[in-house]
Design a protein around this ligand. Structure first.
Ligand SMILES: Nc1nc2c(ncn2[C@@H]2O[C@H](COP(=O)(O)OP(=O)(O)OP(=O)(O)O)[C@@H](O)[C@H]2O)c(=O)[nH]1
Ligand SMILES: [Mg+2]
Length: 333
């Protein structure tokens, strides 16, 4: 068993190195990205001649890696036998698509296994993948919902799109702005609210939010927009936690995250927001990237994707997510 790490400016070049050093049998275990640099960790069971940079691995890691490799190889081989190369169909196609998008190797192996279990003779790959993705329970639909996520990923736009859709359905909507960081954030929300015929309030801190939510004669739907936060902003994440606590356990919690989030950023984003226990996610900017790494990460964490946004138009560019739509995200390469 060899576990090697390869660094290159692009994913294609790193994968080329993997193949040259470890051969076509190599299994990708992990990919990480930094500006201008991609690192791929790959393993191969056999002693590959010419492998120069073997890294020692501890016993537990080695057995985990070995188990994963055998799962991946078994699945790929079995599907290959059952569905010989018809233009890249079957589990091999999914494997390639996940690798091409840089989906974390461990999550990819789990997705391959779940999909393969549903890939009976005659079942289409996208149908089997959608069935594997569809296992997550649907998010609840409370009347108060908070939206949070990394800066600039589309929280405010999503809140306004949802408000516009609710107004079209004749619902009374209240928008609550809590962003005290970005200049003009409150004004932006107020303008949208007026255009939509929705109510709007500001809540600069948790106590103010409790007050707004406790007012009588409230709207049918309350959407709370928050300031961007992320792994690099522990202070903002703490403030967010305060707002969520103030909204109470009955309020929904939606993570808003861009489809352009790479595998490393997806893992870091999840680490930052896991403590806030999101019960739904909106995948934004699906018009700019397929979103495989973040869709896979959310699937692993059992956070259902409620909506997909694929453009800036309000309210049209926001659709309810379906397992088939998410399968398309993962299969795009
Ligand atoms: N292409 C594309 N752009 C989008 C989408 N959703 C939002 N945007 C754009 O992304 C930019 C940021 O959107 P905002 O809604 O302000 O993002 P935010 O998360 O509220 O940003 P902060 O409050 O600053 O953290 C705006 O220019 C939006 O028009 C989408 O689905 N596709
Ligand atoms: Mg905003």
């Amino acid at each position: 068993m060899k576990v090697n790490r390869f660094t290159a400016p692009t994913m294609a070049e790193a994968l080329k190195q993997v193949k040259a050093t470890l051969g076509a049998e190599a299994v990708i275990l992990e990919t990480t990205e930094a500006p201008g640099q991609v690192t791929v960790t790959a393993a191969v069971d056999l002693d590959a001649p010419g492998a120069a940079t073997t890294e020692p691995a501890d016993g537990a890691l080695l057995s985990e890696v070995r188990e994963l490799m055998s799962v991946v190889r078994e699945l790929v081989d079995e599907q290959w036998r059952r569905q010989p190369p018809p233009g890249g169909r079957g589990i091999r196609r999914l494997h390639r698509a996940l690798l091409a998008q840089g989906v974390d190797g461990v999550i990819a192996a789990a997705l391959l296994r779940e999909t393969a279990e549903r890939l009976e003779r005659g079942t289409r790959l996208d149908t089997a993948l959608a069935a594997a993705l569809g296992a997550a329970p649907p998010p609840t639909t409370p009347s108060v919902r908070l939206f949070f996520g990394p800066p600039g990923d589309g929280k405010t736009t999503t809140v306004v799109k949802l408000a516009a859709q609710a107004r079209r359905a004749g619902r009374r909507v209240l928008l609550v702005g809590t962003d005290t960081y970005r200049l003009g954030a409150a004004l932006e929300l107020e303008r949208y609210a007026h255009a939509l015929g929705a109510e709007v309030r500001r809540a600069a801190d948790p106590a103010a939010l409790t007050g707004v939510l406790g007012e009588p004669g409230r709207a049918d739907l309350v959407l709370v927009d928050t300031a961007g936060a992320g792994p690099a902003q522990p202070g903002e994440l703490d403030e967010l936690k305060g707002l969520i606590e103030a909204a109470g356990t009955g309020a929904g919690r939606t993570l808003v995250v861009s489809a352009a989030t790479g595998a490393l950023a997806a893992a870091n984003t999840w680490r930052a927001f896991a403590a806030l226990a999101p019960d739904a996610c909106v995948l934004t900017k699906a018009d700019t990237a397929p979103g495989g790494p973040i869709v896979a990460q959310l699937w692993r964490e059992r956070v259902p994707v409620s909506h997909v946004a694929a453009g800036r138009r309000i309210p049209d560019d926001l659709e309810a997510a379906t397992p088939q739509r998410l399968a398309r995200c993962l299969l795009a390469a």
